[in-house]
Design a protein around this ligand. Structure first.
Ligand code: GLN
Length: 494
């Protein structure tokens, strides 16, 4: 898609301003229902587009992302733009700097349409936890788009953006991609700088692309990845053009499928994933049975490590340095005035009124697990199991190049269906969380066979995980699957 639009821009079939306006028209038409965006940046987007058109008119060469409009999840800082992480506590926060990924995208000439909705501070799997209300799934407005990057996935699916950025701590790029029928890629931990992404759990967070095609994901990843001196966990790896690895072939790749992975799935999801496996066999990949015995502990390990890091990262939101400063108005009845409150009261009121329930729950869980006396029993033990899970992957990746799983246990669910039982919501990430725990790259690709629920055809994704820093083979395999269903005319590899 990006490549085709790029060619149209070069040939003059369309201008960048026209393209940008077309996307704003789609937003005007659809976003009242979908609610993918929290903030639109129309003025700056059109200014950006105008510059691209001037460049084209003057005969200068343009890059592949130049003039291509996209959307940014609202927990990634864009200078001068409201950045809320979908939390009331940051309702009035305007980012004073650009995240590294934004800086790189700006250099590439990409256009930003706006900031997308999400679960508050990226905690959730449905966008129902956004302080501003939920996003709807374009495939069925009665259903959630997944989360936490639900706004980004819905924007791409509804043609309200060509590409989008999401963040993924336990599945937040891949699960919404699966629910909305688009591609979502979580890079290897360290592949993409986290500088300027509002931290949820720093040892798990990664920024990545959500797009319509695998090639588009490769294009965006090529722009945003690479070492960054502002993120000490970013890996020393030279920038690469990942599209070079899209050969259209999966021949010879060894793909591992977990022994019990398909066991608890609904029949239609199971059939859909089994057909994906058959397709890979037809493409010449070797499918092998694998075992990851410690993976079953990934979810409980995540729900210790993640809240611990959340409790520490979110300590900075205190109503003093930035964001909302709240005052408990009940106090006015007792004769208190806002200026009478103490520093501690200001902290307490701001956090009480600024954070939503889910966020507060996780802060409390994390604070408890880190407290002296419990630290060894919970946090330290979880870290040890994390090492065992990583070792599982090291062992399995001696035998296979990729691991294939469903992305989520089911297609998109209805609003409210999982809000009463948090464990049901947390189980959404059963297949995605291991990649964050181990730090390996993973991608969700729409399966050819949709799943019909209540007479509706709903998209479902499958997931490929690869060795640390082997985005190349992962993208190659994902792309080979995707194009295997296109007509011969479209099937030409560039
Ligand atoms: N759904 C998971 C959670 O609620 C993952 C979120 C994420 O990846 N940001 O924590």
């Amino acid at each position: 898609m990006i490549r085709e639009l790029h060619e149209k821009l070069i040939s003059g079939e369309i201008t960048a301003v026209q393209l940008t306006e077309e996307y704003f028209a789609n937003i005007a038409q659809k976003d009242e229902e979908v609610f993918a965006y929290l903030t639109l940046t129309k003025k700056s987007a059109l200014e950006q587009a105008k510059k691209v058109d001037e460049k084209i008119a003057s005969g200068e060469k343009i890059g592949i992302m130049e003039g291509i409009p996209g959307a940014i999840k609202d927990n990634i800082c864009v200078k001068g733009t409201r950045t809320t992480a979908a939390s009331k506590i940051l309702d009035n926060y305007v980012a004073p700097y650009d995240a590294t990924v934004i800086e790189r995208l700006k250099e590439s000439g990409a256009i930003f349409l706006g900031k997308t909705n999400m679960d508050e501070f990226a905690m959730g799997s449905s966008t129902e936890k956004s302080a501003y209300g939920p996003t709807r799934n374009p495939a069925d407005p009665e259903r959630v788009p997944g989360g936490s990057s639900g706004g980004s996935a819905a924007a791409v699916a509804a043609d309200e953006a060509v590409w989008a950025l999401g963040t993924d701590t336990g599945g937040s790029i891949r699960q919404p991609a699966s629910f909305c029928g688009v591609v979502g890629l979580k890079p290897t931990y360290g592949r993409v700088s986290r500088y300027g992404a509002i931290a949820m759990a720093s040892s798990l967070d990664q920024i990545g692309p959500i797009t319509k095609t695998v090639e588009d994901a490769a294009i965006v990843l090529s722009v945003i990845s690479g070492e960054d001196k502002f993120d000490s966990t970013s890996a020393q790896s030279p920038a690469k053009d990942y599209t070079n690895y899209l050969t259209g072939e999966a021949k010879g790749l060894r793909i591992g499928v977990g022994k019990d992975y398909l066991k608890d799935l609904g029949p239609e999801v199971k059939t859909s994933i089994e057909k994906v496996i058959e397709t890979y066999k037809k493409l010449g990949a070797e499918v092998k049975e694998i075992e990851l015995p410690y993976s079953k502990y990934a979810l409980p390990v995540y729900y210790i490590i993640m809240p611990c890091e959340v409790s520490s990262n979110l300590a900075r939101f205190d109503g003093i340095k930035y964001g909302m400063r709240a005052f408990d108005h009940k106090n006015t009845k007792l004769g208190f005035k806002p200026e009478d409150r103490t520093l501690i009261e200001t902290y307490l009121d701001s956090r009480k009124y600024g954070f939503g329930e889910e966020v507060k729950k996780r802060i409390m869980l994390g604070t408890y697990a880190l407290s002296s006396g419990y630290y060894d029993a919970y946090y330290l033990r979880a870290q040890k199991v994390r090492t065992l899970i990583k070792q599982d992957f090291e062992r399995v990746f001696e035998d296979v190049d990729l691991i294939l799983t469903p992305t989520a246990p089911s297609p998109a669910f209805k609003f409210g269906e999982k809000t009463t039982d948090p464990v049901q919501m947390y189980l959404e990430d059963i297949f995605t969380i291991t990649a964050n725990i181990a730090g390996v790259p993973a991608i969700s690709v729409p399966a050819k066979d949709k799943v019909s629920v209540d007479g509706k055809e709903l998209p479902i994704g499958f997931q490929l995980m690869a060795k640390w820093f082997d985005e190349e083979n992962m993208l190659r395999a994902a792309h080979a699957y995707e194009i295997s269903f296109r007509s011969d005319a479209e099937n030409k590899i560039k």
